[in-house]
Design a protein around this ligand. Structure first.
Ligand SMILES: C[S@@+](CC[C@H](N)C(=O)[O-])C[C@H]1O[C@@H](n2cnc3c(N)ncnc32)[C@H](O)[C@@H]1O
Length: 370
């Protein structure tokens, strides 16, 4: 990208409530960035002059949902004029796709957060597409939020921060979240899902890109009532569910599922001998989850290749400890370890870990292998 196309600002979106955690992360990872304008769920940073950041650079922020180089905002009450003004402001590379979404304005309710691609966002995207001065360069379905960008494609981003205030920017698609408007893949809870944890597991599997094949054996600690298990079973996985609580009968009846109705601490280590993948989603503090997982994966007869762990941030202050949690998991011999606050996470993060190549033994060398 030519220098004149390197804008001086970045905008970043996050879950409502996660702003402080995100600011802390950015301050630690990018001390040269200066926080500028911010609203709940949306913040902008002034980048250092002469920065050489690529448009697909890794922000490395667990609490960032989406980010783009920011070109500023357009404001007004007529959406047609706003859509036109978006192109007046746009100086990024010619985009193939349009990512238009709405800033979150509410925290998580019973039903989770409202999808960022709201009706208003769909209408705005359609208007922006119509006003595009070089429409032939856009993908035919450029404004369809169900179609992901392809890695490498340029994307125009437009966040409806307020109905009459749209922020415009761009990014280059690369990571899984960056393929979708607002970093949120469209998932529909199946009618037969027994809990909303189905969404959390499905998003975790897709985001993490763990190399899973049908028939893979999972243990899931904290499996009841079983939505997450259903997501794994639907992919042809075998699941050993560990939970003192009752599993839903529909999950119990599945031939690929076995229930150990116990607390994880009561399960003998040999139960894990054939297990290669581990999921944990207990309603306990991260320290407890990590202690329980450590005692399993570091056992000499257990060979866990990869994990998806939900770490509950019982208090927001625990957000500052996420880097320590990642480091601890690396210390067990996992060399690809990442975390993200998924769209379907509550006040929690998803940690994905993989041993690559699979050495069948945790190394326990106590330091980062990256
Ligand atoms: C958030 S729910 C799990 C939701 C589940 N993954 C689903 O898909 O429906 C948390 C679960 O953790 C279980 N749990 C808490 N402490 C546990 C422990 N020490 N061992 C095993 N399960 C535990 C609880 O019984 C509860 O069912």
């Amino acid at each position: 990208m030519a220098d004149e196309q390197r804008p001086g600002f970045l905008f970043v979106t996050c879950q409502i409530g996660a702003e402080q955690a995100l600011k802390q992360e950015l301050a630690a990872r990018w001390p040269q960035f200066r926080l500028a304008y911010s609203r709940p769920g949306f913040l902008t940073c002034k980048l250092p002059p002469e920065h050489r950041l690529r448009a697909d650079f890794d922000l490395g922020a667990v609490f960032a949902r989406a980010r783009a180089f920011s070109l500023g905002k357009v404001a007004g009450s007529d959406p047609e004029e706003l859509a036109q003004a978006v192109w007046g402001l746009y100086t990024g590379p010619l985009p193939r796709r349009l990512h238009v979404w709405q800033r979150h304005t509410q925290g998580l309710g019973e039903e989770g957060a409202a999808a960022p691609v709201s009706e208003a966002a769909v209408e705005a995207a359609e208007r922006i597409r119509r006003h595009c001065p070089y429409a032939e360069k856009l993908a035919a379905d450029a404004d369809d939020p169900r179609q992901p960008a392809r890695p490498g494609e340029w994307v125009l981003d437009c966040v409806l921060v307020e109905p009459e205030e749209w922020w415009v920017g761009f990014h280059q698609a690369r990571s899984v979240p960056s393929l979708w408007p607002g970093g949120v893949m469209p998932l529909q809870l199946p009618a037969d899902a027994v809990s909303r944890a189905w969404l959390k597991m499905e998003e975790a599997v897709r985001w993490s890109r763990l190399p899973l094949a049908a028939g893979a054996r999972w243990a899931e600690i904290g499996s009841a009532p079983g939505g997450a298990t259903q997501a794994l079973l639907a992919r042809g996985m075998m699941v050993l569910g560990i939970d003192p609580a009752e599993m839903h009968p529909a999950v119990l009846a599945h031939p690929g599922f076995t229930h150990l109705r116990k607390r994880v601490g009561q399960v003998r280590r040999r139960e894990f001998r054939k297990i290669r993948w581990l999921a944990a989603d207990m309603n306990v503090a991260p320290q407890y989850t990590l202690d329980a997982v450590e005692s399993i994966v570091t056992h000499p007869e257990v060979h866990i290749r990869g994990m998806l762990l939900t770490l509950k941030l019982i208090q927001w202050e625990l957000a500052a400890k996420v880097p320590e949690y990642l480091e601890r998991v690396r210390g067990w011999g996992y060399n690809v370890v990442r975390a993200r606050q998924l769209f379907h996470n509550g006040r929690e993060v998803c940690l994905a870990a993989l041993q690559k190549p699979f050495l069948r033994k945790p190394l326990r060398i106590g330091k980062n292998l990256d």
